[in-house]
Design a protein around this ligand. Structure first.
Ligand SMILES: Cc1ncc(COP(=O)(O)O)c(C=O)c1O
Length: 398
């Protein structure tokens, strides 16, 4: 979703933000799309709960902290403009997405429409389900800018289309797909719409009603700056009965008679019994922390830094900035003539600068369409600075 035409977002107090991040003293962290540096309040939340578990017992700690654990659902609901009974907290974004996707039913000849930038794990799931059911997968053409063509999507709709699946922000670059416009098409055609918001959440304001998605998957560790291995699923209340969780356990359902179970009435039917209370609390704290700064303020600052980084990179000899799309986010990708992205990553790591390498295995269709195999991915966040960008560029050519 693009910045809203409202009052200007408050600016970020970068000095305060950095004071709250132990890692800023050690590294230039341009891998926020991999896993961001966790701020102290999140770190403390996780560690405090682990300490409580070790001092009174883990189940007992969960009981004591139940009100706080319940508030995690309110926090995520507030982040998404959703209701708390539409939220499930699971291990990661992939598992959240899977729990919804594998709960859909397809017949031979049904069609799944997706885009060139679809995330590999989602596409692999399509391929598996296509092999089992005969469903047909189609990547809708992109516009010249690189984003999904909403016009082509609209033209592709027919009664056999049973799912529209979109990766909002891909793993391999700054592209921001038009999630809202795709939602409008899905709503008009009454086709289920599943949105992979893994790379978007924390850097783009989200309102699920405005988007019109039935399902949204997100993760904690990236732009939300939460702990690893915790994510969440949103399922629109009215859509809940249209998907059956592919797995059920005694948390998702009650064994009410020898031959009968009853599923929970809310989205927690997609969760499982055993979960990590410390990271769940950490996720809730990360959401509150992000909301405290304001997602629009975060977006303004992080996207502004990415613009600066792209401009600076474009001036360096041999560097080609690779981001596509009419709207670009905080993820910056580039290649350097004659240099392998992995060796660039290692050289930067020696100077305590973190980036990652993104490759064809993460988003095959888009990478092949552009004739690319690997790129360096530098993803900035609101706590990064212009000075870090200067040092990064100097290290790249130095
Ligand atoms: C677009 C996209 N979707 C989903 C995922 C998977 O997220 P998780 O590792 O939390 O399952 C990623 C991870 O990088 C991603 O980039």
């Amino acid at each position: 979703m693009s910045r809203r035409a409202q009052a200007p977002a408050p600016t970020i107090d970068v000095a305060r933000a950095r004071e709250e991040i132990p890692g800023c003293a050690n590294v230039i962290h341009f891998n926020n799309a991999g896993a961001s540096l966790v701020p102290r309040p999140v770190l403390d939340t996780v560690l405090d709960h682990l300490r409580l578990e070790s001092s009174i017992g883990a189940y007992e700690a969960a009981e004591r902290e139940e009100p706080a654990l319940e508030r995690v659902y309110d926090s995520i609901a507030a982040l998404l403009g959703a209701r708390r009974d539409e939220i499930a907290v699971v291990e990661n974004s992939t598992r959240a997405w899977d729990m919804a996707f594998y709960g859909l039913r397809f017949e031979p000849g049904d069609r799944i429409l997706t885009s060139a930038a679809e995330y590999a794990s989602n596409y692999i799931s399509f391929l598996q389900v296509a092999r089992r059911t005969g469903v047909v997968i189609e990547a809708v053409p992109s516009e010249p800018s690189g984003q999904i063509s909403v016009e082509a999507l609209e033209k592709a709709i027919d009664p056999r289309v049973k799912l529209i699946s979109l990766t909002w922000v891909p793993t391999n670059g700054g592209l921001v797909n038009p999630a809202l416009e795709v939602g409008a098409v899905a709503r008009r055609a009454r086709i289920p719409y599943i949105l992979d918001a893994c790379q978007a959440v924390g850097q783009i304001p989200i309102d699920v009603t405005e988007i019109g998605c039935d399902v949204l998957a997100g993760t904690g560790r990236k732009f939300l700056r939460g702990p690893r291995a915790v994510g969440f699923l949103y399922v629109r209340r009215e859509f809940l009965e249209q998907i059956e969780p592919p797995f059920l356990d005694m948390h998702a359902a009650n064994w009410v008679a020898r031959d009968r179970y009853e599923m929970r009435p809310d989205a927690r039917r997609f969760e499982n019994y055993e979960s990590n209370a410390a990271t769940k609390l950490g996720l809730g704290r990360a959401v509150d922390y992000a909301l405290g700064w304001g997602i629009e303020a975060i977006q303004d600052r992080a996207w502004g830094l990415a613009v600066v980084l792209r401009e600076r990179l474009a001036r360096l000899p041999g560097v080609t900035v690779r981001d596509i799309g009419t709207e670009k986010c905080a993820i910056v990708t580039f290649t350097v003539e004659g240099r392998d992205p992995e060796s660039i990553k290692s050289a930067l790591a020696e100077r305590r600068i973190n980036v990652t390498v993104t490759g064809v295995l993460g988003a095959r269709i888009d990478m092949e369409d552009r004739g690319l195999t690997t790129m360096v991915r530098a993803s900035v966040h609101y706590y990064n600075t212009e000075d870090e960008i200067e040092r990064f560029c100097a290290a790249l050519v130095g």
